[in-house]
Design a protein around this ligand. Structure first.
Ligand code: IMP
Length: 424
């Protein structure tokens, strides 16, 4: 099994890369998060943003698995599938999706809890996507949640009503505005009826058998390393483990079966939501990069915060994941920057730090910069490593020496074909 993860704070361009290399796989399996993801891929020149579905959904030969570690909002999945079914026939689509029976459900009240906690002065504001991710995962950990397999239980309707009713009353007591309880209940049940059209199974057995039979599996991470609940910049993180190792737990595949680990990083940094961001920049350059790079949330449309490449954090992410293959995206967004700043170290209290993610928001962090020459040219016609502008080739060599991992692919634009295999 190979694994693909983001190395920064998300939005590194994982979707586009999977769209390309994904075709070599028989199975693509999502292992974390929920409808908070936004993986953009192109199908017949149309940009499509996938939230819960794995990125192999448009390739007829690929089975798409939603693993145990994912939280599923049935209504959101229904909407996503119905939208895609307008492009490819629904039956074909449904036959190629498998959902883990042990994946957890996101209830409508989870969404309202998320909204309440984000907006109430009583709670910490994280800047979440308000998709109910944290409340669903916390009910999972509290062992109070419903799982996908529960939809087949005789008591399911009663159990849903009871949990919704309790959470609804709690939220109402706190003054949270919501549609009527009956409305939430009925639309959720519609989503659950739809779920029954999809194969719900023990995906860990399916995957292990497939691997034993020589099939190729790609585990697709959502969000990214620095948003990991344990190793990210807590509390400004998501509520799942986003690291490569989480793929094994979620999918029920032994670490012994992992081969390549692809880590995707942009040539600069972005972040949505709150939290420490040592290399953040503001002002005109940030605005220009945001516009040029289309740095607005795929789902939420929120403007992303912008910063320069952060090597201490990137080295840390590479270490945590054991990355074997690096993918560098959005180099083209830096086309007009004459001198590209890259943070090689942090300085804090007179100490130089070369490998870390500064976690403490009060920590005084001063980035130490190295300025690399820009390439000042468009990359539209560059399709081979040997034709890269010299300054870009130097930029890549510099990064490889610092990061001690080869950069195997370079993305030079949004289109599928704008990706260079540097090994050729
Ligand atoms: P949540 O995952 O919706 O709870 O949001 C928690 C944090 O993760 C927020 O800062 C979000 O902006 C961020 N986040 C969640 N999903 C993504 C993603 O797919 N890309 C980038 N950031 C994300």
């Amino acid at each position: 099994m190979d694994i693909l993860i983001g190395l920064q704070w998300g939005d590194e361009g994982k979707g586009k890369f999977i769209d390309l290399i994904g075709r070599d796989y028989d199975i693509i399996a999502r292992f974390n998060g929920g409808a908070n993801a936004g993986h953009s891929i192109y199908y017949q020149d149309e940009k499509i943003t996938l939230k819960l579905l794995p990125s192999g959904i448009f390739s007829p030969h690929i089975k798409n698995i939603i693993g145990t570690g994912v939280v599923i909002d049935p209504l959101s999945l229904k909407t996503e599938i119905e939208e895609i079914a307008q492009i490819i026939p629904e039956q074909d689509l449904l036959n190629r999706i498998l959902i883990s029976q042990k994946a957890h459900l996101v209830l409508p009240t989870h969404r309202y809890w998320d909204i309440y906690m984000e907006e109430s002065a009583l709670y910490r504001t994280i800047g979440t996507t308000k998709n109910g991710i944290a409340p669903s995962y916390s009910d999972k950990i509290k062992r109070q949640n419903l799982r996908v397999e529960d939809i087949y239980s005789d008591n399911f309707k009663d159990d849903v009503y009871q949990i919704l009713n309790r959470q609804y009353n709690e939220l109402q007591h706190l003054g949270q505005e919501m549609p009527a309880l009956e409305e939430l209940y009925h639309s959720f049940m519609q989503g659950c009826i739809f779920l029954k059209k999809i194969q719900i199974t023990d995906t860990e057995i399916f995957l292990n058998k497939a691997l034993r039979n020589g099939q190729k599996v790609l585990a697709e991470g959502a969000q990214a390393t620095l948003l990991d609940i344990d190793h990210g910049s807590y509390p400004y993180v998501t509520s799942s483990n986003t690291l490569a190792s989480a793929a094994c737990v979620s999918l029920g595949v032994s670490p012994k079966l992992v081969d390549k680990i692809y880590g995707v990083t942009k040539a600069y940094c972005t972040r949505v939501g709150h939290g420490i961001f040592p290399t953040e920049i503001t002002g005109q350059t940030a605005n220009d990069l945001r516009e040029k790079g289309g740095e607005f949330g795929s789902n939420t449309k929120r403007p992303r915060r912008i910063g320069w490449l952060d090597l201490p954090a990137l080295k840390y992410a590479i270490m945590l994941n054991g990355v074997t293959h690096l993918v560098l995206t959005k180099a083209d967004i830096l086309n007009t920057i004459t001198e590209i700043p890259v943070c090689t170290h942090y300085e804090t209290k007179g100490e130089k730090i070369a490998l870390a993610l500064p976690a403490c928001k009060d920590q005084e962090i001063k980035p130490v910069w190295k300025y690399l020459s820009g390439w000042n040219t468009v990359l539209t016609n560059v399709s081979q490593a040997k034709n890269l502008p010299e300054a870009l080739a130097t930029f890549i060599t510099f990064l490889e020496a610092e990061l001690e991992v080869p950069i195997k692919y370079l993305s030079t634009g949004p289109q599928r074909e704008e990706l260079i295999n540097l090994a050729i």
